[in-house]
Write a protein that binds this ligand. Sequence first.
Ligand SMILES: C[S@@+](CC[C@H](N)C(=O)[O-])C[C@H]1O[C@@H](n2cnc3c(N)ncnc32)[C@H](O)[C@@H]1O
Length: 298
Amino acid sequence: MSGKARGADPARTIRDFGAAGDDGAKGHYEDPAYYTKTYKDRRHDVDYYVRLARQSKGPVLEYGVGNGRIALHVARAGVEVFGVDLSRPMLDDFQARLALEPKQVRARVALAEGDMREYRLGKRVPLVYAPFNCFLHLYTRPDVEAFLARVRAHLAPGGRFVFDFSVPHGEDLSRDPERTYGSPKIRHPSTGELVKYAERFEYDRLRQLLLIWMEFEPEAGGKPWKVPLTHRQFFPREVEALLHYNGFADIFFTADFTDLPADQWVDSMVVSCGVAPAARRRSPIVRRRAAPPAKKRA
Ligand SMILES: C[S@@+](CC[C@H](N)C(=O)[O-])C[C@H]1O[C@@H](n2cnc3c(N)ncnc32)[C@H](O)[C@@H]1O
């Protein structure tokens, strides 16, 4: 595990977070072994995105590809996948996992370290997706706008942009920031130690930022450490407006990877949209050369 994650300053509060690429966007991804163990049973979204990727026939672009929890299965299903991510440790872990795959699977994956607000693939694809709350690492309106401009530029005509996000729940946002919520002890996959694990939540109502502190305390009495994870909270109608005003149309919301409409108890929503025709004309992948000056008429 990285010393950076272990050394996170416990005195920091939500006010110290909220910039794309800061520790709240990176800390949780410094330790891919822990990430893999934590989400090993999360399969429903993998199956969902693999189905979409197959239907699109590819190639596909995954933002926040991480250590390939989804992309590896997309490649195994025969679809070419481009993955971009900010986290070097996650990408290195994905490369290590890929090295164990057959040659044909390895050949279908291309990875790049980059920021989803800036990265340029240089081609358009029929499916762009940003799974598992990747969108919640966009903390401000300019972050969202920069990202959506990149998505538009990468979508082929008729292509779809699909992402999922946890729907804010009042009770999560009104927790006492001093209170810790404990879970059963775990055997930490990176250190082998038995550790007590708890979470603490701080919410900034003005910036709509939720900071989750993941707190680890070795049972044998070693030094405790904590890892921050910051998620921007987007309300569903806000997401719809952001997409609408940033050149997307044909916007559908469904519930928890079921393709069914959401109800009041939904945990996460899947959003699928396409580029609005007017916005497509404004999103050339390569800037067109200026038209030659009109010939002078006699
Ligand atoms: C919850 S993980 C999802 C990883 C993988 N797609 C999955 O489903 O397991 C979110 C990913 O977004 C990446 N990320 C956060 N901010 C980013 C940014 N500004 N640009 C690119 N990737 C970013 C993180 O490094 C992390 O790997």
